[in-house]
Design a protein around this ligand. Structure first.
Ligand code: SF4
Length: 476
């Protein structure tokens, strides 16, 4: 098995950075965790804005321009040595270590193995191996179960919770917003590359604008280690939970300090594997073993035969869902098709709700480093025209995550990406409000949608207002 050495959500390229970053003369490369000359910890790579890892020459160009890797989003400069080690340990070897332990005689060492697959990973398998998305799902599930995995889940249900909580939070923030206590704009929090950048680099005043709804991965961790564990009469530490995801940033997300789900205190995801890691993609390459099986999609014994997705181009569609919900709740307006207007480029788009010539809601989607920097600059200058921004680290959204759709030399595989976008667009859409199972889980798992338990399980906290950004001195 290969040990993956990829990269986190892509940092900036020189051309991206020059027009937005004013280098700070006193800045030093913040490799606080490393002594001079010591090797970098073995960190898989990352991603906002560029399509391949920086080579040595490019790094020197950046250094010449007094722009350091610490300016990047989720680059390995904000990853401590300990985090780097823990990220690098989340690999296929670890997965097989647990599978092999389960084959040994000592039952005290055995674990229940659960794998949760992100919906953005399936188009990769389907495109790469010329399968329908349903066949790709069944083939992956069959392979994992033939290895000894006990349960295979779909993280779409966790995204349902995350979207529903984001919708409610936006309406609450809109109603609370005032000059004295600005609760808007609300910035999405589902992308770990962006959230890490906001917390570690930007800090206040950006973090109070992050939506507090947990990401789909975090909620999936709670569902598996809390709800599912209790249903199965298992201690959470008896479950080894693996997530299959489109990017390396989700490996870092698995280490978030508040990720352990109260009250049991165990980490929600034990290991994150990207779609392209060898042990995940191999079932499709091995044509000989064509075992297929349905997933265990909804925790209630129901088998999800059909793959479903959320609205939006490739990333669970927070903007579209929150927009429709807010239009109805705040202005009693029914929005059918959401119309996007492209601004500077295809990764920076705007959606407005207008009535009698007045703009009632103004939302934006900002994907990739350059667009995020422009959004942050506007926010810092206090000239912010948007009520809500869907922020994603990867240009093009999650299908373009650096854990998939890459050529062997680390460049974006544009032809494969186009195929994946077509496949994803053809997956039937199911709004989260239409999931009866989510409503049941609100009652059965969380004592109701507005209970303190729901707040605890589905929301998180960020670096508090008033605290300085962690060891960063970016001056824009
Ligand atoms: S945009 Fe999606 S794939 Fe890219 S870093 Fe964020 S969560 Fe990962």
């Amino acid at each position: 098995m290969l040990e993956e050495q990829g990269s986190l959500s892509s940092p900036l390229s020189l051309s991206d950075s020059q027009h937005v970053l004013q280098p700070s003369p006193e800045r030093a490369v913040p490799a606080a965790a490393r002594s001079p000359g010591s090797p970098r910890p073995p960190v898989p790579g990352s991603g906002i804005g560029r399509s391949r890892p920086l080579c040595k020459g490019e790094f020197h160009k950046l250094a010449d321009a007094k722009i350091f890797l610490s300016d990047c989003l989720a680059c390995d400069s904000c990853v401590t040595a300990e985090e780097g080690l823990q990220v690098s340990q989340q690999n296929v070897k670890d997965f097989f270590r647990v599978l092999n332990l389960n084959k040994k005689c000592d039952p005290s060492q055995h674990k229940v193995l659960a794998v949760s697959v992100c919906p953005q990973s399936l188009p990769y398998f389907a495109a790469k191996f010329r399968l329908s998305v349903t066949d790709a799902s069944r083939r992956l599930c069959g392979f994992l179960k033939s290895l000894g995995v006990h349960y295979v889940f779909d993280t779409t249900i966790a995204a349902d919770f995350s979207i529903l909580e984001s919708q409610k939070e936006f309406v609450r923030r809109y109603q609370q917003h005032s000059e004295e206590e600005p609760a808007l704009p609300m910035l999405t929090s589902a992308c770990p590359g962006w959230v890490r950048y906001a917390e570690r680099v930007l800090g206040h005043p950006v973090t109070p604008h992050l939506c507090t709804a947990k990401s789909p991965q975090q909620i999936m961790g709670s569902l598996v280690k809390d709800y599912f564990a209790r249903r199965q009469n298992l201690s959470p530490d008896k479950i080894f939970h693996v997530i299959v995801a489109p990017c390396y940033d989700k490996k870092l997300e698995a280490l978030r300090e508040d990720f352990p789900t109260a009250p049991h205190g165990f980490r929600g995801a034990d290991c994150v594997l990207t779609s392209a890691e060898e042990g995940v993609t191999r079932p499709h390459a091995e044509r000989a073993s064509r075992s297929e099986a349905p997933g265990d999609g909804s925790f209630g014994g129901l088998k999800e035969e059909e793959v479903r997705r959320h609205d939006g181009a490739s990333s669970d569609g927070y903007l579209a869902h929150v927009f429709r919900h807010a239009a109805k709740q705040l202005f009693d307006e029914d929005v059918g098709e959401v119309t996007y207007r492209t601004l500077r480029n295809k990764d920076f788009q705007e959606v407005t709700l207008e009535k009698n010539g007045e703009v009632l809601l103004r939302f934006a989607a900002a994907y990739g480093f350059r667009n995020i920097q422009n959004v942050v600059l506007k926010l810092k200058k206090g000239r912010f025209p948007y009520h809500f921004v869907e922020v994603l680290a990867c240009a093009g959204g999650c299908l373009n995550g650096r854990g998939q759709a890459q050529t062997e030399d680390g460049c974006a595989d544009k032809a494969l990406l186009r195929q994946m976008e077509g496949i994803y667009a053809d997956i039937p859409v199911r709004p989260p409000e239409n999931s009866a199972h989510v409503q049941e889980l609100y009652q059965e798992w969380l004592d109701g949608a507005d209970s303190p338990r729901a707040q605890e399980a589905l929301h998180t906290k960020y670096q508090g207002p008033g605290l300085p950004a962690l060891s960063r001195d970016i001056k824009w």
